[in-house]
Write a protein that binds this ligand. Structure first.
Ligand SMILES: Nc1ncnc2c1ncn2[C@@H]1O[C@H](COP(=O)(O)OP(=O)(O)OP(=O)(O)O)[C@@H](O)[C@H]1O
Ligand SMILES: [Mg+2]
Length: 608
């Protein structure tokens, strides 16, 4: 039976869900956790770690452990967000070949989609382990405010992970789907989603017969729990500097411990009013003396450190309502999504702004993946009773003379959508026309996000103005932009060369798909071997334990001595197979070990 999983690829945590029968269900990972940390590490031995095992070693291997990669996905090297991350991250960020960002782990550099693909691959494995069969298709969520470059890069990540991403959907929309699924509601809701790295607000109309229509969406893809943690870190670092004149940021391990301590304190302060941040031996002074960090953080201090961040979220809520042309009292329900909405000051700000208690009926960490799984099943079964209408979060346009942004598709237009525009040549015999496509809200093109330079090439030679090319700009249901062109006179498709994107080339993606497959084979082989080894070792330990007794019982008979020596051979062979790391050989020995164990048990029970 074909299935589609829903994956919430979060900045901090990722989650995978599946629609089982009529109920969407989160799939726990092997550790029994319903979410998996979005962390990737490479150990000294070159082994890749993803999820909880990466998180557990983050402090001792800070430089080679990536967290919050989603804050960098689809961003250009020169962007302010990348600069900000460069200053504060404990892992190494370098410039990539396409004006993009690469992350250095040990002796290899990885693109951001590659790191994200490792997390997606992990979530795919979680689902496959649970189902006991391969999974090929997925719906992956992204922040509603993600632009085309970020969406495209997420799609690349899916491809690298070996997933057929049949749809990209917006996180708040997914949350609304899970909230309204099967309830036959007729309501206007606002979804406030503050996660680890991003913030979105979407206003939706949920109508009878399962129609989910997004009216407006806005947000900030660089505003989330990470920024709250950063405020606590700043506070700790500056007070430490004042006291000891040492900058803790210079030490990657110290920085990682600060991150850890700050996040923990922030979460604790959602339920208590005061907490202690205690980081012994945080740094050595160079005079062979270790310094400790010990500070008490109160909820009040945290709130004053982060007041402007919370205010920014309510400002964005106001924009969303303006864009939706709705008054606050027209909102029937406010749905809180994301781990950060557990912070009391955030709940209070939302309550004050909307003038009502937010709905607490959905699980803030799981609802997005649940919604993605619902959409996945609907796409697969072509269920028409559920209709999802989303919008594009950014205006799409082109740069015109004087660096002016000419808007072609306005913000909050329902997708899919397209818009055509006719371009003409401005010189005689001009054979190429360059179009700069961008997304953003500024009239000044340079302040918007450049999606690509599209060059119409191979135009017919003709006097200026005679050639007319119709260019169609399209945004599909994934929110992804494409551009086609045709010669108005001949009706022929005009080829387009895309020159500037921060994404990966097709060759790079193909190469990464191969290495992801290699990793999977390696990992499955490792797991296979580990499984066989564990089985063998358990049996071996039991046999070893019985050995003295069995030897004593059978010592007098030749048959007994023979059996003992056979048992020794079996143990020896098993040990040898384990040392060769040969899973098949170990499994073969498991059978021999099981026989030996049965024989030993028989000897002992007969002697009793
Ligand atoms: N009890 C709590 N109090 C305050 N903050 C919390 C609490 N629990 C979790 N958080 C914070 O919530 C954030 C993680 O939320 P979540 O898992 O929803 O994010 P995400 O989905 O990974 O990120 P995003 O949606 O932005 O990509 C982290 O910053 C975490 O510290
Ligand atoms: Mg999230």
């Amino acid at each position: 039976m074909e299935r589609v999983i829903g994956i919430d690829l979060g900045t901090t945590n990722s989650c995978v869900a599946l629609l089982e029968g009529e109920s969407p269900t989160v799939i726990p990972n092997r550790g029994g956790y319903k979410t998996t940390p979005s962390m990737v590490a490479v150990t000294e031995a070159g082994k890749r770690l993803v999820g909880h095992i990466a998180k557990r070693q983050a402090i001792t291997n800070a430089e080679n452990t990536v967290y919050a990669a989603k804050r960098l996905i689809g961003r250009k090297w020169n962007s302010p967000q990348v600069k900000n991350t460069l200053m504060t991250s404990s892992y190494v960020i370098v410039e990539g070949p396409h004006d993009d960002v690469r992350l250095k782990l040990r002796d290899k550099t990885y693109s951001v989609p590659e790191i994200s693909s490792m997390i997606l691959q992990e979530m795919k494995i979680v689902a496959e382990d649970y189902l006991g069969e391969p999974v090929a298709k997925a719906v992956v969520t992204v922040p509603a405010y993600f632009n085309d470059n970020q969406r495209q890069a997420t799609k690349d990540a899916g491809a690298i992970a070996g997933l057929d991403v049949i749809r990209i959907i917006n996180e708040p929309t997914a949350a609304a789907l899970a909230y309204g699924f099967g309830k036959d509601l007729d309501k206007t809701v606002a979804v406030y989603d503050l996660g680890g790295g991003t913030f979105d607000v979407s206003v939706l109309e949920i109508g009878a017969h399962g129609v989910f229509k997004v009216i407006a969406t806005t947000g900030d893809t660089f505003l989330g729990g990470e920024d709250f943690d950063a405020r606590i870190i700043d506070w700790l670092v500056s007070s430490f500097a004042a006291e000891h004149d040492i900058d803790l940021r210079q030490d990657r391990m110290a920085l990682q411990r600060l991150r850890d301590g700050a996040e923990k304190a922030k979460c604790e302060l959602s339920s208590v009013r005061e907490t202690e941040i205690n980081l012994p031996f945080i740094i050595s002074t160079g005079r062979n003396e270790a310094l400790h960090l010990q500070k008490t953080l109160t909820r009040n201090t945290l709130e004053s450190l982060t007041e402007d961040l919370i205010e920014r979220t309510t400002t964005i809520c106001r924009e969303a309502l303006n864009d939706a042309r709705l008054d606050i009292d027209e909102i029937d329900d406010v749905v809180l999504v994301g781990g950060m909405t557990r912070m009391p000051a955030i709940q209070a700000a939302v309550t004050t702004y909307f003038g009502r208690e937010p709905n607490k009926g959905v699980h803030p960490d799981e609802v997005v993946a649940l919604g993605a799984s619902i959409q996945g099943a609907a796409l697969l079964e072509d269920k028409h009773e559920m209709i999802l209408l989303d919008v594009t979060p950014h205006a799409l346009g082109i740069m015109t003379f004087g660096s002016f942004f000419e808007e072609l598709i306005p913000q909050n237009t329902t997708v899919p959508t397209s818009q055509a525009k006719v371009f003409t040549t401005s010189r005689d015999n001009q054979t190429a026309v360059k179009i700069l496509v961008m997304q953003g809200e500024s009239k000044n093109a340079e302040e918007n996000e450049l999606l690509g330079e599209f060059i119409l090439t191979g135009l017919r030679r003709a006097p200026k103005g005679e050639i007319e090319i119709e260019v169609t700009f399209e945004i599909n249901t994934d929110g992804i932009v494409s551009v086609h062109a045709k010669d108005m006179e001949t009706g022929q498709a005009q080829s387009i060369q895309v020159t500037a994107t921060s994404g990966l080339t097709q060759d790079e993606i193909t190469e990464m798909i191969h290495s992801a497959k290699d990793y999977l084979v390696e990992r499955r082989t490792d797991e296979d071997f580990e499984g066989a080894k564990q089985e063998a070792e358990t049996l071996m330990a039991e046999i070893e334990k019985m050995f003295p007794e069995v030897e004593r019982i059978v010592a007098s008979s030749d048959f007994g001595r023979d059996a003992i020596s056979k048992a020794r051979t079996v143990l020896e062979r098993a040990r040898e197979a384990i040392s060769r790391k040969d899973a098949d050989a170990v499994r073969e020995q498991v059978e021999g070990l099981a026989r030996t164990q049965r024989m030993f048990k028989g000897v002992v029970s007969r002697a009793q």
